[in-house]
Design a protein around this ligand. Structure first.
Ligand code: BES
Ligand code: MN
Ligand code: ZN
Length: 495
């Protein structure tokens, strides 16, 4: 779908999308269309009880006098409540009905649609961004789609008098590229996306100026990454570690590091998971996917910051060579770990990946993302990712980025008690704590691989990486959670 901005009236014959507030006068665009239909639009809106509430969409066809076959009225809520994120939702909710039709071209009519808080240009750009995010599809394995099931929309015009809409959209367009990369990665089946093929996809970021380094099992063996390698040892697929460097900031300045859990499939290993729902574990690489997508977004928009993304890629399989509950492994940090449950594998991967990241880059701050625990989904459902850190300033920065990016987070506790939970009788620590507070013990485990004085936060995205239902700016499936959050975190604090 091509997106274009224009100041002129919409081309005739295309589907029209008209946002409407719940309060106040109709926008200029809305009033003009009303006049063109000799009031038929107003009558239809009244008859359908369309009030402009958030998320409401009314599809009208064949209105006499309108130059278009189809009009979608989309609710934007109260005028004073319009935020950038709400504008994105208007874009997504407005385009959704069009995406279900065979319309080839559509136009958002935005004349007069803005508030004092969010200026017209920013609003128009956000609407375009939301529409693009909603238009995502993952159809590559559907060879039998009927013609009327295939996406038809080729062109979206954003009709707005605001002169700066197009330039405001340029960066958002790159962020959408990053979100789409993450969605593709989490959507791919594990027979296609495994550590080596994931690394190959990261290599493609070299075209954007990202420096990509891939470590194989032999190199990781030499570095002493016994924890990460232990997880992958039951798999026929070789484990990998990928580092992606975007150095768009000051030369020589230490980077910010993002570290992602990339378990390309999590069977649980010898502590095998139950069969029903196991297919969900194809997206147990959602943290790594978010890191790769964020690097694509930052490089795509040429962010003026030094950022490195490191992902630990493994497959957790049961096998004759797989690690066993009660195995003791040695991490790159030198600390030993008693494996009591081979299904608590993400923390093992992250521990070595984070240690390596600190040794190699001496980063200013480390943020890790992982689909780490089922317990976080029980606590926060699919509404928030859980954030764990003892660095209040970093937490505040991430919370701010969450609010303005639309990737929500909620702070969870991480205290001494959680570190005490993972003491082992036979090794330096064990890889599970009690069932209660499972997400915090998991965070504490990762914390054991963070050096003293290192700023660090852990984000558990187990409830956010995949959408079971459509959302305004995301069709059901891979969510691409984290890309906008990390991008905004860099934009607000390091550029
Ligand atoms: N990948 C899972 C966590 C998960 C669960 C992600 C549901 C997404 C949806 C993780 O590796 C895992 O298996 N965690 C265990 C830990 C337990 C064995 C301590 C869990 O949460 O049950
Ligand atoms: Mn697991
Ligand atoms: Zn897992």
């Amino acid at each position: 779908m091509k997106i274009a901005f224009s100041k002129a009236a919409a081309p005739s014959g295309v589907a029209l999308i008209v946002p409407a507030f719940e309060d106040g006068d109709p926008t200029d665009a809305h009033a003009a269309l009303n006049a063109a239909t000799s009031g038929a639009l107003a009558k239809a809106i009244k008859a359908a009880k369309f009030s402009g509430k958030k998320g409401q969409a009314l599809e009208l066809v064949g209105l006499h006098g309108a130059e278009s076959t189809r009009i979608v009225m989309v609710g934007a809520g109260k005028r004073a409540d319009l935020t950038a994120i709400e504008a994105e939702n208007v874009g997504g909710a407005g385009i959704a009905p069009i995406l279900r039709t065979q319309e080839k071209a559509a136009a958002f009519l935005l004349g007069g649609f803005s508030t004092d808080k969010v200026r017209a240009g920013e609003t128009a750009a956000r609407i375009a961004f939301g529409a693009r995010l909603r238009s995502y599809r993952f159809d590559k394995y559907r060879t039998k789609l009927e013609k009327d099931q295939k996406p038809a929309l080729e062109k979206l015009s954003i009709v707005t008098p605001a002169a700066d809409a197009k330039t405001k959209f340029a960066d958002l367009d790159k962020i959408a590229d990053g979100v789409f990369l993450t969605r593709d990665l989490v959507s791919e089946p594990p027979n296609v996306l495994y550590p080596a093929s994931f690394a190959t996809r990261c290599r493609a970021l070299e075209a954007l100026g990202v420096k990509v380094t891939v470590l194989g099992a032999k190199e990781m063996q030499k570095l002493g990454m016994g924890m990460l390698l232990g997880v992958g040892q039951g798999s026929a697929r070789e484990s990998k570690l990928v580092a992606m460097e975007w150095m768009g900031g000051k030369k020589g300045e230490a980077p910010v590091a993002f570290v992602g859990k990339g378990v390309c499939f999590d069977t649980g290993g010898i502590s095998l998971k139950p069969g029903p729902g196991m297919e969900d574990m194809k997206w147990d690489m959602g943290g790594a996917g978010a890191v790769a997508g964020a690097m694509a977004a930052l490089a795509g928009r040429k962010a003026k910051a030094n950022v490195v993304g490191v992902i630990g890629l493994v497959e957790n399989m049961p096998d004759g060579a797989a690690q066993r509950p009660s195995d003791i492994v040695k991490s790159m940090s030198g600390q030993t770990v008693e494996i009591l449950n081979t299904d608590a594998e993400g923390r093992l991967v992250l521990g070595d990946a984070i240690w390596w990241t600190q040794e190699k880059y001496k980063p200013k701050t480390v943020i890790d993302l992982a689909t780490l625990t089922g317990a976080i989904v029980i606590a926060l459902a699919h509404e928030y990712a859980g954030i764990f850190s003892q660095d209040d300033k970093l937490v505040a920065q991430i919370e701010d980025a969450a609010k303005s990016s639309g990737d929500p987070v909620w702070r969870m506790p991480l205290a001494k008690a959680h570190y005490d939970n993972i003491k082992s009788d036979v090794a330096d620590m064990k890889n599970i704590g009690p069932r209660e507070g499972g997400s915090s013990s998991a965070a504490a485990f990762i914390g054991r691989f963070v050096k003293d004085g290192q700023s660090w936060a852990h984000i558990d995205i187990a409830g956010m990486a995949w959408n079971a239902k459509d959302k305004p700016t995301c069709p059901k499936g891979g969510a691409g959670y984290g890309v906008r959050l990390l991008d905004q975190f860099i934009r607000a604090n390091y550029e």
